[in-house]
Design a protein around this ligand. Structure first.
Ligand code: GLN
Ligand code: ZN
Length: 765
């Protein structure tokens, strides 16, 4: 029998139980016992669900109250002194590292004030991990035994599991040196870390675990020789210890072929690779296996929501079986299922035709089992037949295919992605039209999304207020925002985006080819979950999406008012994309839809239009090379298609955040003005990278994630510092990002100070 394996299951609970309890715990509304109990129940549910589905290899230690990488830092006592010094309960130290902690002194406890560790995007996903942060004073030792406890918990329920831990090379290379130890090379800590891995693995073996899964996802990145060599050191050292469980070394989200020599000959029991992303690596990875090693074939997608194509997956597995035999091949999910929603059965409102095309984590578990049965020779003909029918219905459905859109994409020509004149000529016309002062001030689009706004939006969605009443409410909100901006003297106004629930969902709901879930939550970080829209078919815009609000805002002010849109790449990246057409095609379809919107805004008199692309950086392919070059080309082309239909005098803005942006990646967008997250950059070299950027830039001057209000002097100091190298003529003044998560009080003060500061510099220049 060919075995089936699931690399990890979502830990948020089918109804977001973990979020609710964790946040209640943070607010002091429930005790730690309640939090631990909810965690335990979720784990039990997940294991039983997989056991009942017939999965052979079920993961444990895939659960976390915040982040699995942070779990490991706790386990190895990688706790910077600024957290350790408070002697909090372990779970509170853990949360303090994950999200920071600010607490006033009480009679029994001292005050605590510590910011969170750095949070970083997990490879090319929208999950974020807490970065291991090492210092010369880090005292490596085992701190508790979470993997063992959870293994035993499953065992007590009658479920034999394979504990999963992030492997030593990935753990170190995804980490960084702390501020006090900048000369420390994380990989140099390997010798200290290996004994701890050995110790915890030994404990797992003693508890009864026969095998473990060590994840080494860094194998899909470009690795230098030192990192490559470290694999041998680490895994040979573990193999030399007696009494450890068998190790399966797992990688996912890409191809390992460029790093094959690093893992060839490693003394592990088996490997797991991702054949959803890179089926073509099959022959190469098989070639490095020795006669006893097993191959776990990831054929069920852990990153998307589409029903598996059993015929296609079975063919990949069969090919492996032909070379290795049934005993040495395991059918698996491509990665943990953490990045998929929990259960499709909770979706009560989906169009049944579309619902039949989807598979969430609970369904994927069953898929793995069916494929394993199929390749073992068991009779699953009924399942195969139903599956083939779903796949072919989807392929030929007119929800999937819109010939008019396909024709339009095929007809894209170069002219469409080029403004009619170069930047300097456009700038001259725009200057004439807007007559903006030096250091023009603006914001990124959204203003505080108050409770009142959410309540009214809900009423409108539920139909308890009429569309006319809702429009009146929105217009009043817009007017408040416009008057405030006029009052404090901002130069380029925005309407505040009160009508938008989310920057992608709002447009997705108005674009044909998108669908939405009611409960399709996926963990983004800690207790923050997102519900990505799903691209099901060819995308088009039946009618204007944002013109009404923008035109209303412009009609009540004489200052220029910026129109706001979410760009094609960001719409794509923050959705579950189609798997039947490439990302470029989907991006171009979105670009055409947005082009219509940009042109409509322009025709309606909106002469400054911002198209946000905060997800541009995260879409960058993980390795340098052809795919990355191609991505940068089509991403930029998509943006230009969306924005190049307007005359020279219309000013195109764009905005980027959530990432270390490389100015070279945005040059090709040819936006007239870009705004960039900058306030938290303490790297003095970062600004130098932007010196050669030809168009205008607003470096974000304050952090919108925090209620903290910077003073006018603080803005002055910051601007002076930037002006030491950055030219005044290209200098826009704006915050880091939209203000939707902020309150009005701090928003008013921060923006007032920002504008005062801009005026101060205008007098000097
Ligand atoms: N225009 C959006 C806003 O201001 C941009 C949000 C973002 O970049 N994440 O909220
Ligand atoms: Zn932003």
């Amino acid at each position: 029998m060919v075995q089936s394996s699931v690399l990890g299951f979502p830990r948020i609970g089918a109804n977001r139980e973990l979020k609710k309890t964790t946040e209640a715990y943070w607010q002091g509304k429930v005790g730690v016992e309640q939090l631990l109990k909810v965690g335990k129940d979720i784990r039990a549910n997940n294991w039983k669900l997989q056991q009942q589905a017939g999965v052979d290899v079920i993961a444990s230690n895939d659960f976390s109250y915040y982040d699995q990488v942070l779990d490991l830092s706790m386990l190895f006592n990688v706790i910077p002194e600024r957290y350790a010094k408070y002697n909090l309960a372990p779970i509170d130290t853990f949360f303090a590292m994950g999200r920071g902690l600010q607490r006033k002194a009480t009679e029994t406890e001292a005050a605590v004030d510590v910011t969170a560790l750095e949070m970083v995007k997990w490879f090319d996903s929208n999950y974020h991990y807490v970065r291991p942060t090492f210092s010369h004073s880090t005292q490596f030792k085992l701190n508790g035994q979470k993997p063992v406890d959870e293994y035993l918990e499953a065992k007590a329920l009658g479920v034999q599991t394979r504990p999963v831990l992030l492997g030593p090379i990935s753990y170190l290379t995804l980490g960084k040196a702390d501020k006090d130890s900048l000369d420390l090379e994380p990989l140099s800590l390997l010798q200290k870390l290996i004994p701890l891995y050995a110790e915890i693995l030994k404990k797992l073996a003693e508890a009864g675990a026969t095998s473990v899964q060590l994840d080494e996802p860094v194998l899909v990145l470009d690795l230098d020789e030192k990192v490559q060599a470290a694999f041998k050191t680490a895994y040979e050292s573990l193999a030399s210890q007696s009494g450890l469980p068998a190790i399966t070394l797992a990688s996912y989200f890409g191809t390992v072929v460029p790093n094959l020599s690093a893992i060839k000959g490693l003394p592990v029991a088996g490997f797991h690779f991702d054949f959803v992303r890179n089926p073509e690596q099959l022959d190469d990875v098989i070639s490095i296996l020795n006669d006893n090693q097993t191959l776990s074939a990831g054929v069920v997608d852990g990153r998307n929501i589409w029903k598996n194509d059993f015929a296609k997956s079975s063919a990949i597995v069969q090919k492996a079986i032909k070379k290795l035999g049934k005993d040495r091949v395991i059918v698996a999910t491509s990665s943990t299922l953490l990045h998929t929603p929990v259960d499709l059965e909770n979706e009560k409102k989906l169009n049944p035709e579309i619902k039949d095309w989807f598979s969430f984590a609970t369904q994927k578990v069953k898929e793995v089992v069916i494929i394993a049965k199929n390749v073992s020779g068991e009779d699953v003909s009924a399942e195969l037949k139903a599956n083939a029918k779903s796949i072919s219905t989807r392929a030929s459905s007119n929800i999937t295919n819109n010939p008019a859109v396909q024709k339009r994409v095929a007809a894209i020509d170069e002219k469409m992605s080029k403004r009619s004149s170069p930047f300097q000529e456009r700038l001259a016309e725009q200057q004439k039209a807007f007559n903006l002062p030096l250091f023009p001030t603006t914001t990124i689009g959204s203003f505080p999304q108050t409770k009142d706004i959410r309540v009214n939006r809900n009423k409108f969605v539920k139909g308890t207020i009429t569309p006319e009443e809702y429009e009146k409410f929105i217009n009043a909100e817009i007017e408040t925002v416009i008057r405030f901006q006029e009052e404090i003297g901002l130069d380029v106004l925005v309407h505040g985006e009160p009508e938008r629930n989310d920057m992608v969902q709002y447009f997705g709901e108005q674009i044909d080819g998108y669908t939405f879930t009611t409960n399709g939550w996926v963990q983004s970080y800690g207790s923050r979950y997102v519900r990505p829209p799903i691209i099901v078919g060819d995308l088009s815009r039946p009618k204007p999406m944002s013109v009404k609000e923008s035109v209303y805002a412009q009609s009540i002010t004489t200052k220029p008012c910026k129109g706001m849109l979410t760009g094609p790449v960001t719409c794509l990246r923050w959705s579950f994309p189609r798997d039947d057409v490439d990302q470029k095609t989907q991006s171009l379809q979105l670009a055409l839809a947005l082009r219509d919107e940009v042109n409509d805004l322009d025709a309606a008199g909106i002469k400054i239009i911002q198209v946000d692309e905060p997800a541009l950086r995260e879409g960058l392919p993980l390795r340098a090379g052809e795919a990355r070059t191609a991505y940068l080309q089509w991403a930029a082309e998509s943006f230009r298609i969306a924005t190049s239909g307007v005359p020279n005098g219309t000013q195109i803005h764009s905005h980027f955040c959530y990432s270390d942006l490389d100015p070279n990646h945005i040059k090709a967008l040819d936006a007239d003005v870009v705004s960039i997250e900058y306030s938290k950059k303490d790297d003095p070299n970062y600004i130098a990278e932007f010196l050669n950027y030809p168009n205008h830039i607003g470096l974000g001057l304050f952090d919108i994630h925090s209620p903290r209000v910077p003073s006018t002097e603080e803005f002055n100091t910051k601007i002076s510092k930037i002006l030491e190298s950055y030219p005044a003529e290209k200098f826009w003044v704006n915050p880091d990002c939209g203000l939707k998560t902020r309150g009005w009080e701090e928003t008013k003060l921060s923006l007032t100070h920002m504008v005062e500061s801009a005026k101060h510099f205008r007098e000097k220049y």
